[in-house]
Design a protein around this ligand. Structure first.
Ligand code: SAM
Ligand code: SF4
Length: 330
């Protein structure tokens, strides 16, 4: 599928739930109202939509959320989708998780054909981790990560750079990832949702993270592409890859290859825009997937050239986007 800017769209991110067992300070409000269960697609419906996407040329699917591993039906969904790897256009199935349930589900993930996962981890300090996630237990996450590593899942760590919160930990995070043989990606905070909080106070540009790291290591840009928006460097003389996702300091929309499906059946062809196509009605009425196919193709054609995130204009009472990240899936 090609969009009107000649970008090949072959990557689908699926948010299977808006719910989560954590409340990260940059992602959710402390008191969240989640969607009524009646609005959430069944795993069969998600599988059906994914199949149509795959037939239309999607090669890679990432399961995300909310926290995907808190949804009970996820093992069934991974089983459905895992069977399509290399039996259809689908070449890769991956998952992004906060890691809290990995100790239980790492085996199940691997069994269903997933080879690599992203784990979000913003601090290696238990108290700070608890503060950032509003209650998360770092030890539980590290246990899960160790189990996943032991059984051979390839792990990439995602770390959101947070001003005055984890800015003293970037080096430690690199050293830990080096020791564990994990790739690491730093992410710039995106102004989504949360009317009451000043995102500008949390924003820490990755240009500064890079400068910080360059005091200790020589970073060399490399061509490596993991299929996502990160631009990678390597620490000279080592195998340690460090990715930088910089929606604000260096917009990456020109190479965007993805669309997103929410757990309620909406397709957002851009994370940073409000336009969407709703598949729900077609899903109920359409027996042969014709209408679904038409709507999916339409969603590709309305994919905008780029997002509108801009932290400098960020006003604490009017965030760029009302949606929080857990709805569309990060
Ligand atoms: N719960 C899972 C997790 O945390 O990995 C998957 C969903 S989470 C929304 C996906 C990613 O989005 C995480 O790496 C998280 O750090 C990131 N994220 C959430 N809100 C964000 C924001 N406002 N700006 C940048 N990244 C954000
Ligand atoms: Fe939950 Fe992930 Fe959002 Fe944190 S970033 S609140 S773990 S969905």
């Amino acid at each position: 599928m090609k969009d009107t800017f000649n970008r090949e769209i072959n990557y689908l991110r699926v948010s299977v739930t808006d719910r989560c067992d954590l409340r990260c300070i940059y992602c959710m409000k402390e008191k969240m109202e989640f969607l009524p269960k009646s609005q959430i697609l069944s795993v069969e419906e998600i599988n059906r939509i994914c199949s149509v996407f795959i037939n239309l040329g999607i090669k890679k699917i990432r399961i995300t959320g909310g926290e995907p591993l808190v949804r009970k039906g996820v093992p069934i969904l991974l089983n459905y989708l895992g069977k399509k790897i290399n039996n259809s256009n689908l070449e890769e199935l991956t998952l992004t998780t906060n890691g809290t349930q990995l100790y239980k589900y790492a085996e199940m993930i691997k069994k269903n054909g997933i080879k690599r996962i992203n784990v979000s981890l913003d601090s290696l300090d238990s108290k700070k981790y608890m503060k950032i996630t509003r209650g998360g237990n770092l030890e539980q996450v590290l246990d899960g990560i160790n189990i996943a590593k032991k059984i051979g899942l390839k792990i990439k760590i995602n770390t959101v750079a947070l001003k005055n919160i984890n800015e003293d930990e970037f080096e430690d995070m690199v050293l830990w990832c080096k020791k564990m043989s994990f790739d690491l990606t730093f992410i710039e905070i995106m102004p989504m949702g949360m009317e009451n909080e000043t995102r500008i106070e949390q924003y820490y540009p990755l240009t500064k993270v890079r400068l910080q790291l360059e005091k200790k290591w020589q970073l060399e840009y490399i061509k490596y592409n993991s299929g996502g928006p990160a631009r990678y460097s390597i620490i000279k003389g080592t195998k340690q890859k460090i990715g930088f996702i910089t929606p604000l300091t260096n917009n990456f929309c020109d190479t965007c290859n993805r669309v997103r499906l929410t757990c309620t059946g909406r397709i957002y062809s851009c994370l940073g825009q409000n336009k969407y196509i709703d598949l729900r009605q077609a899903l109920k009425k359409d027996k042969n997937n014709k209408a679904l196919k038409k709507l999916i193709l339409e969603s590709i054609l309305i994919k905008p050239e780029g997002h509108n995130f801009e932290i400098t204009n960020y006003n604490k009472y009017t965030p760029n986007l009302k949606r929080t990240m857990n709805v569309t899936g990060g």
